[in-house]
Design a binder for this molecule. Structure first.
Ligand SMILES: Cc1cc2nc3c(=O)[nH]c(=O)nc-3n(C[C@H](O)[C@H](O)[C@H](O)COP(=O)(O)OP(=O)(O)OC[C@H]3O[C@@H](n4cnc5c(N)ncnc54)[C@H](O)[C@@H]3O)c2cc1C
Length: 492
């Protein structure tokens, strides 16, 4: 165990942290800490003083308290699947990474209350499985569910594939336990559905990306287990048809409509090129594909008939060009594989700029079409892949380098970003619908948020974390005190 570079009392701090979590759960050598020095996409790499892996809330509290006394930063680390650099430590070797991976247990299942209380380090897939074991359904679902943690989902207010029916993570959380920057513990895991006693403090921690507290536990809202699922993959000629189909499905399937996911032709082509097992189920290519899912916890409702009725009506109306209905779970998985393969293929195909935006649903066709034209005129060798959660108005508007010269593509980043975000904001949208801010989008947050909004965010951060020690520099640029901290380090 070697002491951190960043500050004089580093060896003492490491010894203190090791005493709290056990020597085997306190890493400080460069080789041991290296996997925790970068965010999951490898966009940002910092320098770690130590990585600690507490097993209980009391240990997290003691770790954070020790760090507060030592004057170092604390970076919460979940599954490291976040897409905005939120887990990257700072550059000066003064941040302690707190990994929640050992806090991975179900604390309590309460079927009568339809709630489950879990440790924050539980992998999302294990949370879903624990709910299923209790004959319940926890609906948060995203492609990273095999490695992201529920604490990370809460910290980023994750969205995913079932928001249309069940809402974002925020809607799924009834209680939070979190360690504050001074080590004190806020705990309200009562799982109440009604509670108007003062400010709703749990909301502070949901979506705040580890800048206000380390989430250590949560009480989750459960739903009845799904007894019927019907999935169809539909081919459409235009985005206007996509929206018309969505409105019709929403009107007629109502609460049974659980997913409405868009993949453009280029996304399917890329997936077939790069991802094994992805195939085009249609005889001819089509401009757009929609994965439509209906589900119900009841067996009395004939979901199959409802789907057939929906598809026949929209075929007759000319909105659907072609379609296939899943006859088995395997078919449904193949359809989802196309949607997921679209994402995976872009990662394999080369660099891309990812814009995770939302606009009002009615504005989706105009936004995608006109922004695509603007970008194609400016950068004819790049390729736009616009896909995602249409039912939530959330489009992943990605611009891939494709045949564009890599240096030119790198130089064009800000110009591309401006074209996309200006188009979004002009339509009353959001430049960050799901993935958050982290380090990546701090300047964009400043550009598109009102001064009153930014001042309010700064005031909250200052009130909860006056030393600025929790996930320093994430979401909001660090206040002037932190550059001073770096200067102090530079002279040591
Ligand atoms: C293939 C893929 C698909 C994805 N699909 C979606 C999607 O559909 N919808 C969506 O919203 N996101 C999606 N994401 C993004 C990502 O999976 C989510 O943001 C996820 O919620 C992050 O969880 P994590 O445990 O990996 O968090 P991390 O990446 O470890 O951390 C993310 C942020 O939260 C903080 N944090 C982590 N744990 C805690 C904690 N216990 N307490 C306080 N702060 C904490 C970190 O400091 C960091 O700022 C996807 C990512 C990938 C790679």
């Amino acid at each position: 165990m070697s002491g951190p570079k960043g500050f004089a009392n580093g060896d003492e701090l490491i010894a203190e942290l090791a005493a709290i979590v056990g020597a085997g759960n306190c890493l400080s050598s460069q080789s041991d800490t290296a996997p925790y020095a970068s965010d999951g996409r490898g966009l940002f790499t910092g320098s770690v003083a130590a990585v600690v892996k507490p097993a209980t809330t009391a240990e997290v509290s003691a770790v954070v308290s020790a760090c507060a006394h030592a004057g170092c930063g604390v970076v919460p680390h979940g599954g490291n699947t976040g897409l905005c650099g939120g887990t990257a430590p700072g550059p000066d070797g003064r941040d302690v990474v707190v990994s929640l991976e050992r806090m991975n247990k179900v604390r309590l299942v309460d079927p009568a209350n339809d709630t489950m209380t879990v440790d924050a380090g539980m992998i999302l897939q294990n949370v879903q499985a624990a709910a299923a074991e209790a004959d319940r359904y926890f609906p948060l679902s995203l492609n990273a569910e095999g490695s992201c943690q529920i604490g990370g989902n809460i910290a980023t207010n994750a969205g995913g594939n079932a928001v249309l029916r069940y809402g974002n993570t925020r809607e799924l959380i009834l209680g939070i336990e979190a360690v504050l920057p001074d080590g004190s513990v806020f705990s309200d895991l009562r799982g109440l559905r009604k509670n108007n006693s003062g400010y709703d403090l749990k909301q502070l921690f949901i979506g705040s990306e580890g800048t206000l507290g380390i989430v250590t536990g949560a009480t989750l809202r459960l739903f009845p287990a799904r007894r019927q699922i019907e999935t169809a993959l539909l081919a459409l000629a235009s985005l206007d048809d996509v929206i018309a189909l969505y409105l019709d499905a929403r009107e007629h399937a109502q609460e049974f409509l659980t997913a409405f996911e868009l993949t453009p032709r280029i996304g399917l082509t890329m997936a077939m090129q790069h991802v094994p097992g992805v195939a085009d189920p249609f005889a001819e290519p089509h401009p757009y594909y929609v994965l439509l899912e209906l589900s119900s916890s009841q067996t009395r409702v004939g979901l199959g008939d409802l789907l057939v009725d929906l598809l026949e009506r929209n075929l007759e109306a000319g909105r659907i060009a072609d379609g296939v209905v899943a006859g088995s779970l395997g078919d449904a998985q193949d359809f989802w594989r196309i949607r997921e393969g679209c994402v995976e293929a872009q990662r394999i195909a080369g660099p891309s700029y990812k814009h995770d935006v939302s606009v009002p649903i009615s504005a989706i066709p105009g936004f995608i079409e006109s922004t695509k034209v603007t970008l194609e005129l400016a950068y004819p060798s790049a390729a736009v892949v616009a896909f995602g959660h249409v039912g939530d108005g959330n489009i992943h508007f990605n611009v891939c380098a494709a045949d564009m010269d890599r240096a030119e593509f790198a130089a064009a980043q800000h110009a591309i970003e401006e074209i996309v975000f200006d188009a979004v904001m002009a339509r009353g949208g959001s430049f960050s619908a799901e993935h958050g801010i982290g380090l990546l989008k701090r300047d964009v947050l400043l550009r598109y948020t009102t001064p009153v909004g930014i001042d309010l965010m700064r005031a909250i951060k200052l009130a909860v974390d006056p030393a600025g020690s929790l996930n320093p520099g994430k979401v909001l640029h660090a206040p002037p005190a932190v550059p001073e901290r770096q200067m102090e380090h530079a002279t040591q």
